[in-house]
Ligand binder design. Structure first.
Ligand SMILES: Nc1ncnc2c1ncn2[C@@H]1O[C@H](COP(=O)(O)OP(=O)(O)OP(=O)(O)O)[C@@H](O)[C@H]1O
Ligand SMILES: [Mg+2]
Length: 237
């Protein structure tokens, strides 16, 4: 199967400060890939580079097409939707309005309505709260809105940045289960996550970023068995 996303020898910097160096990563259609690593490793930076929010050097291809000449808006049109760190919702707007804004580049109204139904099936609480102002929701439901807003862009590749951060355990499990369902429904996913244990439970494969470069990669099963991963990221002796 040909790769959906191909990254080779990729580097990026904030001014003089190098944040990514010689990164190689691939995502195949329908795959759920986790991006693990400690604080400051470069996970968010890599997602920002893919969604063209930050310039980079090296190979960055989506469906065999270089993304370097595309704007952030154009990559959404290609089918790359980014649910960023910190969610970046419109806090004073309703849940429904936030979801509709996720579809702002699309014009097939029937398809948009169908996708809204899919999102409500995935997170039933969002249907109940569709008229509620987002800032009055707690963290878990806000994260569900953020993921769903990205889904409303009809992604082929969904980029999720730390979907579980600051969320109560029960809701966290619900969110991870939903992420797996989204993937099983045919959307490839690249998810940056500090909670390696939960991420490896749902992922097909994972990359471990350390100091801006890929330190390890493999199937989720092989990384769960790996001594170094177990010690550093899974807290198992
Ligand atoms: N806007 C910015 N300006 C300057 N440096 C930045 C900026 N954003 C991130 N960095 C630096 O780039 C490096 C990678 O940061 P990044 O946010 O990608 O890490 P991360 O793996 O997402 O970490 P976390 O788990 O804390 O979210 C860090 O050294 C960070 O300090
Ligand atoms: Mg981050």
């Amino acid at each position: 199967m040909s790769d959906l996303l191909v990254i080779n020898q990729l580097s990026a910097a904030y001014g003089q400060a190098i944040a990514l160096e010689d990164v190689q990563l691939r995502v195949q259609p329908g795959e759920l890939v986790a991006l693990l690593g400690p604080n400051g490793a470069g996970k968010s930076t890599l997602l920002k580079v893919i969604s063209r929010a930050l310039p980079a050097r090296g190979t960055l291809q989506f469906q065999n097409q270089s993304l370097h000449d595309f704007s952030t808006e154009q990559v959404v049109g290609l089918g790359i939707c980014h649910c960023p760190e910190g969610r970046r919702l419109f806090p004073e707007l309703t849940v429904l309005k936030n979801l509709q804004l996720g579809a702002y580049l699309r014009n097939n109204r029937q398809q948009i309505v169908q996708d809204l139904e899919k999102v409500y099936a995935l997170f039933p609480i969002l249907r109940e709260r569709s008229d509620q102002i987002v800032s009055t929701l707690s963290g878990g439901p806000q994260q569900m809105v953020a993921i769903s807003r990205a889904l409303m862009g009809a992604p082929k590749l969904l980029l999720l940045d730390e979907p579980s951060v600051g969320i109560a355990h029960r809701l966290k499990m619900e969110i991870f289960t939903a992420i797996r369902r989204i993937c099983d429904d045919g959307v490839a996913i690249l998810v940056a996550e500090q909670d390696a244990q939960s991420a490896l439970q749902i992922a097909d494969r994972a990359y471990v970023l350390e100091h801006g470069t890929v330190a390890q990669e493999g199937t989720a099963a092989s990384l769960q068995e790996d001594d170094r991963i177990r010690k550093i990221y899974l807290g198992v002796a």
